[in-house]
Write a protein that binds this ligand. Sequence first.
Ligand code: NDP
Length: 290
Amino acid sequence: MRILSFGTTGQVALELARAAPLVGAELTQVGRAGADLTDPAACAALIAGAKADIVINAAAHTAVDQAEAEPDLARTINATTPGAMAVAAARRGLPFLHISTDYVFDGSGTRPWREDDPVAPLGVYGATKLEGERLVAAAGGPHVIMRTSWVFSAHGKNFVKTMLRVGAGRDELSVVADQRGGPTPAHEIARALLAIAASFAEGRGTTGTFHFAGRPATSWADFASAIFERAHLPKKPRVIPIATADYPTPARRPANSVLDCTRIRDSYGIGQPDWRTGLTTVITELETSS
Ligand code: NDP
């Protein structure tokens, strides 16, 4: 199975690089230098000429607050270019695996979101990712749009690394407690993408949108407590739960980000990973590599 994948430095991209050899996949990754997502035609041309059986897009404009200030750039990277990539893949009949987000929802209610629930993004990031989903689907080729949430790993920027950085040496730390979601280890996303790729390679792939997130649902404050429980810090900060209103950010975030992941289990046999296990793995990696 030959995979062409966009993104080399991101959380999911790095985990794809680690996981692909374990499943015997031949992975070619292209980074910003080889394929800049601000250039839709160049990215599409790469797919048109690639020796690949499957295409994965692991690159995106993920800076949620920054996107509010640069909507055009976010739109090109998250929507226009993935759309062009999907068209190029569809022309060759190559399955296109694309990652999207819980931020396509407005966060209302308490029920976990299903794939067909109404979307209503609260900010530019979510809106551009949603537009990307629609363009990928409209390209008409075999594809999977995997919506995930609260991604963490030992690399890049994420909540786990932020908590360890800002919490070190503090007595207490205020963390938002009224947003709920499913933290998802990037290595589990990579594994799931490779399993889906293998299904397509065997002619068993199902096109559509699928939710994939860690369980059990939690709040940022409880996630922070779990991080400090596992980390070997000289002093562990006490987590003070606060309201979203007390921690204003340029972009609004959904209060209920919990994704119902039944469909991916039924279609692909991929279950929800327990983020607590993934968190232990990631913290061990961070502590042994530093
Ligand atoms: P990261 O922010 O870790 O990585 C993003 C990647 O995109 C980087 O490799 C980055 O490259 C690349 N990229 C950004 N702009 C460009 C560009 N113009 N041209 C080429 N490459 C570019 O993302 P994650 O791995 O965390 O996210 C993977 C996917 O998951 C994304 O689709 C994201 O929307 C989605 N997602 C992420 C969540 C999260 O919590 N992080 C939550 C829900 C969904 P460079 O390093 O050069 O900038």
